[in-house]
Design a protein around this ligand. Sequence first.
Ligand SMILES: [Zn+2]
Ligand SMILES: [Zn+2]
Length: 269
Amino acid sequence: MKFELTKLEHTKNPHIKWVLSELEKLKKQAVGAANEELANNCWRESEALQLTLIYIEAFHKIKRREYREAWYDLERCEIKCQFVMRNSSEEFCISKNIYFIAHQVSNLQSLYPYCVFSSPGMVVGYYECGICNHKIRPRSRCAHVKGKIYNGKLCVHVARDLVLKEISIVSKPVQKYSVVHNDETLDFSVLEHLMVVLEEAFEEWDVIRTTKKFPIDMFCRVELESECPCKNGNKFGQCCSNKAEVEIPHLDFVFRRDVRSLPLDKFPY
Ligand SMILES: [Zn+2]
Ligand SMILES: [Zn+2]
């Protein structure tokens, strides 16, 4: 069955649920009949469909300024993209827009102001193979490779006998769910500006990061004790306050459509 899935209204199509449940049924039959190729194809189709749904929803959550909810969806997309790409042909990924979604998810994540995450430090008793339940030990592994699919099922290593040892605060977390910030205190204006231009999740756009130099006079309102506008993490007074120019990070957005009329320039000082 063919149906369009690029816009938010398409995600409400009742056929989608039906297709997902049919894929699940077909996968079960394939597993029963020891047809691994068919079972894996069902997994791919189902994952690609769910990924597209989550991506479209995440995009529109950002448009509606539900930034935190969208962030969790983007993280789910990132993880799904990795597993689908690892287990599918290039042709499949192109036909299902997987590379496009992976690229745009990473672009959108990069425009978030989040930079502090909590990360639990766990001691794991042992890992178990999610496919055959084998207890994995240094000299005793099963034939299954973590992250690959077997009979339509993704192989994960399940951690058992977990003991929480500590919670640390990190800037580059393994998983991005545990944002420490309070969104109310953050500046989402870059995403907001971008979303003024973008209408749909599958529009092509990109972001180019450069720097721009501005004369020091433009920063006369920045206090010496506050963060330097050059964003290298130092205080203004110990960084660029005595320079003639301040070089600050600059974002250029590239769109397919002509959007020159939209006011996108913003100088925050
Ligand atoms: Zn195994
Ligand atoms: Zn500076």
